[in-house]
Design a protein around this ligand. Structure first.
Ligand SMILES: Nc1ncnc2c1ncn2[C@@H]1O[C@H](COP(=O)(O)OP(=O)(O)OP(=O)(O)O)[C@@H](O)[C@H]1O
Length: 678
């Protein structure tokens, strides 16, 4: 066999890729601990390619990644590797590659009838789920209680955490939401109402995709059937899976044969979504004999100085597998720790440096600015816009969050499942004269009907909607085949959009883009599932359309920067209150996760890394007089003893120049004050 593709791997990577008995037969369980930049993606892609080269059946490989982007990238890499050895393996047949949630949706869709689900079920994203939670909350009159009942978002977070961490409500409240603990009984009632509402509307939420999957896996016949369907199960980013996901995996491959998980405990950053680093730490002991562990600790990405600084930050963490990373990429340039006066000064300083680097030949796409929370980039976005620097932001408002795109998707969803009250509530109100009250009434009639599509045509809308109603009913009962449906919905929606939004013209290209995206999907069902589970998440900045200008800067939350790398990286607001976020300093676990976040940010950099520390933040209060400056401390993750790894830079304080006092002749102020009264 031509194994040329193995030549580019180092010793440990090769051991991970070829682990097994040299055939395509399922190998014993394997954990690959892959430090940042150690070639995790490369190793995983090579392992899949290697298995295929040995004769594994691609349709019997289950490959689960953290994002759709990662699954696509892996498939492309496998294809390249195989092409490199002149193989014509049908990579397309790797159709069980996707996120945990999308694979869950597929399993549930394939077996819906057998498990008592209507196969036409809709999938709700987080926003839809919190809307439905809110509807139930109102129905149960919990919003009317004297003391403030938790908001819809908090209720959903509590619910989600109970489900994903498989923890009783009382414990979740005590540990994570102590301020809601007095509402335990009401929350129980709310969650029970929420589950009933989902079931009567034929809706599954994001968490249900895992929960229902885990529940059917409890049937020994089903889990044996599904387990035998796959010879190889490979999981990427295992450090960010939750207990439910681990349970699914263990019931899929109880003896671990064919199971290979890859991850880095030092990069576990999703505990706030109930991911648990214990999954990866406990993996070897879950099997008898224990799973093999192969560690990749050679970093190919960053210079030695960047790595030394990152190692020093993570060095303080407790409980971890990964040894310190090492590299052969030497550099005399240390990472920079830049002190700025305030956020505006930080923004100016970052843009100055970025433009200077561009002059030196570093394209904007090779540079990134990372931050803990989406709103931290506000002042920077203003500065970039002012200075005409194009940028794309990841992790902020998603394309699909914009009202017009949501309207179109909900029209499609309601067309598919007219029991879906959240979709119905939104689209009915697109018609003149239909407000929340009449929409609610009409939806109740639909939910109670055995044939909602037929009932829809018989409903009596308010008078103002009479003219538009027949067209609406025709649209929703149309049997136009996919993907022409989306063009039909757009044609119906656009005239309404023109009435609703002043900037309708600017919004039209988004709908066209959505239509274009839809052409890549075989069915409406597949399209809606993917758009809900893994929506495209870049928004163009105001500073020009980055698609027209090929070179643009990347702005990203640290979470969304997972798995990425750039030559130069700036990290904003490395101060206490931002990293660690002041919302996450309750428990040691939370603080540890924040430390790992900073580590993830730092290890994205190949050649240059700058951490920025503004001294002051401007806080806006409720009244004018409450606006004030607060002073920030350097992040606790950069204690004095590790500062030696950084070049500390305090740039010329421009702001101060404005307030530097003029030289004045010596004056005896005290004497003059006394003189006033003498
Ligand atoms: N054996 C190798 N030889 C040369 N370069 C390598 C090798 N393995 C990995 N690299 C390079 O190292 C960089 C990091 O690789 P990759 O993106 O696969 O890392 P990763 O482990 O997934 O990173 P992270 O977990 O930090 O996101 C890439 O630029 C990749 O090309």
């Amino acid at each position: 066999m031509n194994e040329k593709y193995l030549e580019t791997l180092n010793y440990h990577q090769r051991a991970a890729v070829t682990f097994g008995d040299g055939t395509a037969r399922p190998a014993p369980p394997l954990l690959i601990i892959a430090g940042a930049g150690s070639g995790k993606t490369r190793t995983l892609a090579h392992r899949v390619a290697h298995l295929l080269a040995l004769g594994a059946d691609p349709r019997r490989i289950l490959l689960m990644t953290f994002s759709r982007r990662a699954a696509k990238e892996l498939k492309a890499r496998v294809e390249n590797l195989l092409a490199g050895i002149g193989s014509s393996y049908p990579v397309d047949a790797l159709d069980w590659a996707g996120t945990f949630h999308s694979i869950g949706a597929k399993v549930l869709q394939d077996h819906a009838l057998a498990i008592g689900l209507d196969p036409e079920f809709s999938i709700h994203d987080r926003e839809d789920s919190s809307d439905l939670m809110n509807l139930v909350r109102h129905k149960l009159r919990l919003s009317e209680t004297h003391t403030r009942f938790p908001s819809k978002g908090t209720c959903l977070s509590i619910y989600s955490r109970c489900v994903n961490s498989e923890t009783p409500l009382a414990d979740v409240l005590q540990v994570h939401f102590p301020w809601c603990a007095t509402w335990e009984d009401e929350l129980k009632g709310l969650f029970s109402g929420y589950v009933q509402a989902k079931q009567s509307q034929n809706v599954l939420d994001y968490d249900d995709l895992l929960l229902a999957w885990a529940q059917i896996m409890e049937d020994p016949d089903f889990s044996a059937f599904l387990g035998s369907f796959f010879d190889h199960v490979l999981i990427d980013e295992y450090q960010d899976t939750n207990r439910l996901q681990a349970r699914i995996l263990m019931s899929l491959k109880p003896d671990g044969r064919g199971l290979c998980v890859v991850g880095d405990d030092a990069q576990s950053i999703y505990a706030f979504r109930a991911a648990t680093v214990r999954n990866i730490l406990d993996f070897p002991d879950a099997f008898a004999p224990k799973a093999d562990v192969i560690t990749l600790d050679r970093n190919y990405r960053s210079t030695a100085t960047i790595l030394a600084a990152a190692n020093s930050v993570i060095g303080e963490a407790r409980d971890r597998f990964t040894k310190d990373l090492w590299t052969e990429r030497n550099s005399s340039e240390r990472p920079r720790l830049v002190t700025n006066e305030d956020e505006a000064d930080q923004a100016r300083c970052v843009v100055d440096q970025i433009l200077e680097d561009r002059e030196r030949g570093l394209r904007l796409t090779e540079q990134a600015v990372l931050f803990r929370t989406s709103h931290h980039s506000g002042p920077l976005e203003i500065e970039l816009t002012r200075r005409n620097v194009p940028f794309v932001k990841f992790g902020g408002l998603k394309f699909l969050d914009s009202a017009h795109v949501k309207d179109v998707l909900n029209l499609l969803r309601f067309h598919r499942n007219s029991r879906d009250q959240v979709a119905g509530f939104r689209v009915l109100q697109l018609l003149p004269g239909i407000g929340p009250k009449s929409a609610g009434k009409m939806l109740n009639q639909l939910t109670e009907s055995a044939e909602p599509h037929v009932t829809l045509a018989t409903l009596a809308p308010p008078k103002a909607a009479h003219q538009d109603w027949p067209g609406f009913v025709t649209l929703l009962s149309s049997s136009t085949p996919w993907p022409d449906q989306i063009a039909q919905v757009r044609a119906w929606y656009e005239p309404r959009m023109e009435q609703m939004f002043e900037d309708a013209e600017m919004r039209k290209p988004d709908l066209l883009q959505l239509e274009q995206i839809s052409y890549g999907f075989a069915s409406l069902e597949d399209f809606l599932t993917e758009m809900t589970l893994d929506p495209p998440d870049a928004t163009g900045g105001h500073a020009g359309d980055p698609h027209k200008d090929e070179d643009y800067l990347i702005l990203s939350t640290i979470h969304s920067a997972k798995g990425m790398e750039w030559k130069s990286v700036h990290v904003l607001n490395v101060v206490d209150g931002c990293i660690p976020s002041d919302l996450a300093t309750g428990t040691t676990e939370q603080i540890e996760e924040e430390r790992r976040l900073l580590y993830v940010a730092m290890t994205r950099a190949k050649d240059n890394l700058s951490l920025h520390q503004p001294l002051r933040f401007y806080e806006t209060g409720q009244g004018k007089l409450q606006n004030r400056h607060v002073y920030a401390m350097r992040s606790r993750f950069l204690p004095d003893q590790i500062l030696g790894h950084f070049d500390q830079i305090a740039p010329a304080p421009r702001g101060l120049a404005r307030i530097t006092p003029p030289t004045i002749n010596t004056m005896d102020i005290k004497a003059r004050m006394r003189e006033m009264w003498s």
